[in-house]
Design a binder for this molecule. Sequence first.
Ligand code: CAA
Length: 380
Amino acid sequence: MQFKLSDEHDMLRKTVREFALKEVAPTASERDEDERFDRAIFDKMAELGLAGIPWPENYGGIGMDYLGYVIAVEELSRVCASTGVTLSAHTSLASWPLYKFGNEEQKQKFLKPLALGEKIGAYGLTEPGSGSDAGAMKTTAKREGDHYVLNGTKIFTTNGGEAEIYIVIAMTDPTSKHKGSSAFIVEKGTPGFTFGKKEKKLGIRSSPTLELSFDECQIPKENLLGEEGEGFKIAMMTLDGGRNGIAAQAVGIAQGALDAATAYAKERKQFGKPIGLHQGVGFKLADMATKVEAARLLTYQAAWLESEGLPYGKASAMSKLFAGDTAMEVTTEAVQVFGGYGYTKDYPVERYMRDAKITQIYEGTNEIQRLVISRFLLKD
Ligand code: CAA
């Protein structure tokens, strides 16, 4: 057993940390306030190879693994959770299904520009009437000659509007639930594909979350991903890995809040000494640090399992569940350590607390993670 990261992983962490501090952190608070996505940050991430960390070089990637990818999401989220989820949705939700289920032509045409960061990816599964019950989707895709015609609405799409390539799950046979759905690659600019409401959110405010609308939207039959009827399976398998990307985001948010709280506890004096030396605060920091470390280990383990080609669905659901709950708890405690100042926008911990909440909700609520884990246990 080996708990030390390889030199390559250490180097990647160092590179992403430096980048995050120099290019992402300075505008994080202002982008949050203005709900502004900054494409230039993504472009700079692409220059470092971060847009395609786990993919082979012939598909535009840098040929690392899923551990490298979660380390990058963690380090970005440590200063800006919105930037972390941009990379997570791009990699796990859009690029992964193309890598796993795409044919060679689709990989060259769609995966490569994503991995190179020339384009951004997004994923459309959730609909107004189907969130946790993802199989109840209503969007349809009807085969007509050389095309599929899409009709329906997807909501809560991370990277929506900014992304050029969308993986969209739709019903090709509305009479049968899970086996009646298929996955499609839809390009921005396709006639009949438009963007609707942009959500105004509590947190991750500089990550765009949009509604996608399909009205008689014709896409070439070559854009079917995998086989007809495989849509639900592809969607679920995509989320298996995606959830660990969210776990990494949660670890990063929690670590960022812990860093801020620890620094403040050393510098802020009350009753004649730094507040960290009062047991009420010192013990809080100890509990926070322990939970962050446990969440990190679960997350790295799930990434390692996936990189090794071993089953990782249960591990991923566990990492997302534990890291999401940890992020919420640790960021709330960080605000408490800062007291009244923590409740203001003069310090970043209120943003971390707002950002943390979504990690318990998206890519399957933590209640759904418990359902997934319990099904594994009962099946075993
Ligand atoms: N891998 C492969 N196949 C899977 C699978 C997986 N992880 N999970 C289910 N399946 C297969 C099953 O084997 C089954 O296949 P058969 O019919 O051949 O037996 C089929 O799919 C149906 O499975 P279930 O009966 O388990 O399906 P269900 O309707 O009970 O749903 C669920 C299961 C876990 C609750 C699922 O609906 C789910 O994950 N819901 C949450 C959805 C979600 O996470 N949404 C987030 C969207 S993305 C997002 O958040 C936005 C963003 O941009 C970040």
